[in-house]
Design a protein around this ligand. Structure first.
Ligand code: ZN
Ligand code: FE
Length: 256
């Protein structure tokens, strides 16, 4: 099974687009191309030919480059079956637990509703890589534009079960503001304090904080910890059930 090379491209104000390249077959996929030009420039720089677009959801800051890239390269556009009506140019429609190949690299598809109802994530086990769009962020999670707190909590619980050394490639650099909020939920967490110091160090040098490791998210991201006592107490619901606690954390973050 092939291990992918991942190139991270910063676009718009805080989006990340990823180019996944399988050296063996030459296949190259763009994950959530917000815009075409920066992707075409990176392809040119690397000498790669775009073969696929993998969309996690339909929002414009994730699909804005689809049609221009399709026209320029003839790539295949891939997305969620549930979102087929609103992903520009979609040709391959995927559902939960489907396998999809990018050259020799296989992705398992996970339906992760919450941010939008059709949101999916692409997990490449051999590359230890998860492309989760706006579902899970470093120290945060996506806003609930369409789904319920119960749906999002269930989605995050399934992501949480992936191997701890999985690299979480999310679609936005929101980490520092997420960190300011996380601190208000778990004030006494040394792991969180250490992580925030690292994050501030990276950002001071203009470096990305993404990807992060899933095990550090499990240890420090309040949205993955709605069933942990310190987090329940932190939002004033010591006996709350996890979905209810999750909803309260999300509500507080929206008002933060
Ligand atoms: Zn979005
Ligand atoms: Fe987004």
């Amino acid at each position: 099974m092939a291990r992918l090379t991942v190139e991270q491209i910063q676009v718009l104000s805080d989006n990340y687009v990823y180019l996944l390249h399988d050296p063996g077959s030459g296949a190259t996929a763009a994950v959530d191309p917000s815009a075409a030009e920066p992707v075409l420039a990176k392809l040119e720089e690397k000498g790669w030919r775009l073969t696929h677009i993998l969309n996690t959801h339909h929002h414009h800051d994730h699909t804005g480059g689809n049609l221009t890239l399709k026209q320029a390269t003839g790539c295949t556009i891939v997305g969620a079956r549930h979102d087929a009506g609103r992903i520009p140019g979609i040709e391959v429609e995927l559902r939960n637990r489907d396998t999809y190949m990018v050259g020799g690299a296989s992705a398992m598809i996970m339906e992760v509703p919450g941010h939008t109802v059709g949101h999916i994530a692409y997990w490449f086990p051999e590359s230890h890589a998860l492309f989760c769009g706006d579902t899970l962020f470093a120290l945060g999670c996506g806003r609930l534009f369409e789904g319920t707190p119960e749906q999002m909590w269930d989605s995050l619980c399934r992501l949480r079960e992936l191997p701890g050394d999985t690299l979480v490639y999310c679609a936005h650099e929101y980490t520092q503001s997420n960190a300011r909020f996380a601190r208000t939920v778990e004030r006494d967490s040394d792991a969180l304090k250490r992580r925030i110091a690292e994050i501030d160090g990276l950002r001071a040098k203009g470096l990305p904080t993404v990807p992060s490791r899933l095990d550090e998210e499990c240890e420090t991201n309040p949205f993955l910890r709605a069933d942990v006592d310190s987090v329940k107490r932190g939002v004033g619901l010591p006996d709350g059930d996890p979905a209810r606690v999750f909803a309260e954390i999300r509500r507080r973050k929206d008002a933060f």
